[in-house]
Design a protein. Structure first.
Length: 308
């Protein structure tokens, strides 16, 4: 569909109406799990469920990272939260979407987390009405995985709080309180308006080169005619440089900014999974491989303009 002649004609026609085109594309991003809230600690989260968990971790002084990049062999995974506790690393995955395919994707991620020993304990936080589904999924795997309802925040915090605080010194932040301390974001509308206005397309390669990529690497990505394959190669290139990929950076590499990641894959997580699958197929044709977990990649501070 993305490469159809009719769709290309539609994009060409819409670009003659820049305001309408921008509003429509921004609207798609707003629906595509954008970062909608900024926490009291200054990082952005996507949903109300993530905001609630984040503010409770913050209020209780739990050291944590949001969406860190975990390199597990040929896979790059982005768990919702990774907390450092007195008894090891605790990985938290939220499942606030009830679609069956969401649980299937989560099951595959959980298997990879276990294979690469990504954490000492894994918490799956779910909606109350999904309790049975969550239990059914996790029973297939390991005792290291624990299911917790989003409504049982005290139990979640006891699982990540330090041992000296686990007995009683836990502060529960309600959703109302979380909304009071957070800052509402404008989703991708502000992000893309600012990015496109301040970074002319003919300067994108120069900007990427200054961030450490070579022109040859970028050109090898851009000569790929199929846009979906081009985006997959772009995220693999970012991964090879140990840089946490963001939509803006990936689309700059691919030379396409009309919400192509969202349109073809739905989200960055789906794009990363597609890249992992392609890498797995390529390796399987040559030899077998094992999965081991590497260090958490830290984003380049100079790339933050590409995130906001």
């Amino acid at each position: 569909m993305g490469g159809s002649i009719s769709l290309k004609k539609w994009h060409a026609a819409m670009r003659k109406k820049p305001k309408s085109y921008h509003d429509l594309q921004s609207g798609r991003f707003l629906k595509a799990r954008s970062y909608n809230y900024e926490t009291s600690c200054g990082y952005e989260v996507r949903s109300l469920y993530e905001l609630l968990v984040a503010e409770n971790l913050i209020a209780n002084g739990v050291s944590h990272d949001y969406e860190p990049a975990l390199h597990c062999g040929n896979h790059t995974l982005f768990p919702d939260f990774l907390a450092d506790t007195g008894f090891g690393r605790v990985l938290i995955e939220l499942s606030g979407f009830r679609a069956p395919q969401t649980w299937i994707r989560l099951l595959e991620k959980l298997k990879l987390y276990l294979l690469c020993k990504a954490a000492d304990r894994i918490l799956v936080v779910h909606l109350e009405q999904d309790r049975e589904t969550a239990l059914k999924i996790t029973r297939q795997l390991s005792s290291l995985i624990q299911t917790i309802s989003i409504s049982d925040m005290r139990r979640l915090l006891r699982s990540v709080a330090s041992s000296k605080d686990s007995s009683g010194n836990i502060r529960i932040v309600s959703l109302g309180e979380a909304l009071q301390v957070c800052r509402r974001m404008n989703g991708k509308r502000f992000h893309w308006y600012q990015l496109i206005q301040t970074l002319p397309k003919d300067q994108w390669v120069d900007i990427l080169v200054r961030r450490g990529f070579s022109r040859t690497e970028i050109e090898k990505v851009r000569v790929i005619s199929d846009l979906k394959k081009r985006l997959i190669e772009a995220i693999r290139l970012a991964d090879s440089h140990q840089i946490v990929p963001r939509e803006a950076m990936i689309e700059m590499m691919a030379g396409a900014y009309q919400s192509s990641v969202c349109h073809h894959f739905g989200s960055m997580n789906n794009l990363a999974l597609a890249a992992d699958m392609e890498a797995g197929k390529s390796l399987a044709r040559v030899h077998g491989h094992s999965i081991s977990c590497g260090p958490v990649a830290q984003p380049d501070p100079e790339m933050r303009i590409l995130k906001r």
